[in-house]
Design a binder for this molecule. Structure first.
Ligand code: PMP
Length: 401
């Protein structure tokens, strides 16, 4: 429904173009309100949001758990400085270690910053325990962030020529090729860093036997195994953490996106024996601040309380089956992924056009590659939302024949 009272969109778009540094091609709409799986723009147009803020809004838009925690904590204490402990920080660290099986937490503000911390901790391990080893092996087509070091860790081919010289010490090997990984290990290797399902890379999962072989090699050589669970963590794949599908534990795990339900926040978790930083070597002004910690604690407790990992497994299977059924009549190929981190391919580089048609029809989804559409709806999504989404997707295909 268009709202006649809203007339400010053209002015807002003109101001956006005038004042915002250009970093992304954005459609000519301004988002204004969110609730559950829905978003509205400043013209009052409603969207069914199967992007979920790029795998962030696990509890949906503006969930009450987050709103209540924000209000409650902002009336108590917003920030004390990273020089002090605060109560929500301690409670959240306790809770995260309890549900993850890890021992220690470092809090930061974004996925890239959590990964940057993991890279630094791995290098510290190399310096202390492996005669100065510093190289980190990551995967081709991986995505670990947009700081200089995490762009260097990222195996996305388009990043390769950018911002040279990059941070050194990263080697990229193809996913699910243990021989290539093993061949890249030498006496300078301090860590192997992986996404268990490559989200930005097109939703490709690592195989169990491959991961087992990597875990074994890491144990034999004293190399750290880092799981970047920024996108896969906290219920997204149908388990609380994606590594639980494999029964294989990391030495370091990073979390962001869903951990704050929309509040910017991230964490790096590790085992006690890798508690290696000296004072001053790692920190962040906002990391562990009471407001962020109270929000994160409320969001993660709600994910656990509502059983959203299980809902992601059940709704993920429903969505995946729906896509497979639709593939009998529409050009949908290779439906894949785990839980509510799903993707499929479309022919002829049509993914951006189909995503644009979906948006026109009021459905948000993402085309991370010209042939791939990715779906990361909120973990609270229901069957009726999925039915609506599948009907809109079918119409979008019909607009692109
Ligand atoms: N790691 C993975 C696996 C991601 O998907 C992303 C974001 N897409 C990042 C790291 C970077 O997170 P952020 O944008 O919060 O820095």
């Amino acid at each position: 429904m268009m709202n006649a009272l809203h007339t400010e969109t053209p002015e807002l778009l003109a101001s956006a173009e005038k004042s915002l540094l250009f970093t992304a091609k954005r459609p000519a709409v301004v988002m204004e309100k969110g609730a559950g799986v829905q978003l509205w723009d400043t013209d009052g147009k409603r969207y069914l949001d199967f992007n979920g803020g790029w795998a962030v809004t696990s509890l949906g838009h503006s969930p009450s758990a987050l709103r209540e925690a924000l209000v409650r904590q902002s009336e108590e204490l917003v920030i004390a400085s990273p020089a002090f402990y605060n109560k929500p920080m301690i409670e959240f660290a306790d809770y995260l270690t309890e549900i993850s099986g890890m021992d220690k937490v470092f809090f930061a503000n974004s996925g890239a910053e959590a990964n940057e911390s993991a890279i630094k901790l791995a290098r510290k391990h190399g310096a202390v325990n492996l005669n100065g080893a510093y190289e980190i092996i990551t995967l081709t087509n991986s995505f670990h962030g947009r700081t200089l070091a995490t762009m260097s860790a990222t195996g996305k081919p388009q990043f390769k020529p950018l911002f040279e010289p990059k941070a050194g010490g990263f080697k990229h090997v193809p996913i699910n090729d243990f021989d290539a990984c093993f061949a890249a290990i030498n006496d300078k290797t301090c860590a192997i860093m992986l996404e268990l399902v490559q989200g930005e890379g097109g939703v490709y999962a690592v195989d169990g036997p491959y991961l087992q072989a990597i875990r074994k090699a890491c144990d034999v050589y004293g190399i750290l195994l880092i799981f970047d669970e920024v996108q896969t963590g906290l219920g997204r794949t149908g388990k609380l953490f994606a590594h639980q599908h494999y029964g294989i534990e990391p030495d370091i795990m990073t979390l962001a996106k869903g951990i704050g339900g929309g509040f910017p926040l991230s964490a790096m978790l590790t085992k006690s024996k890798f508690d290696l930083f000296e004072p001053g070597e790692q920190g962040s002004t906002y990391g562990g601040a009471p407001l962020a910690m109270a929000c994160g604690l409320a969001v993660v407790k709600e994910i656990v309380k509502l059983g959203l990992s299980e809902n992601a497994a059940v709704m993920g299977a429903y969505l995946s089956n729906g896509l497979k059924q639709l593939s009998q009549t529409h050009p949908i190929r290779h439906v894949r992924g785990k839980g509510l981190l799903l993707a499929f391919d479309v022919p002829d580089g049509k993914a951006p056009a189909i995503a644009a048609s979906c948006m026109e029809l009021g459905l948000l989804l993402h085309a991370p590659r010209p042939t791939t559409i990715r779906l990361t709806p909120p973990l609270i999504v229901k069957q009726q939302d999925i039915d609506e989404m599948l009907a809109l997707l079918a119409r979008a295909f019909e607009m692109n024949v």
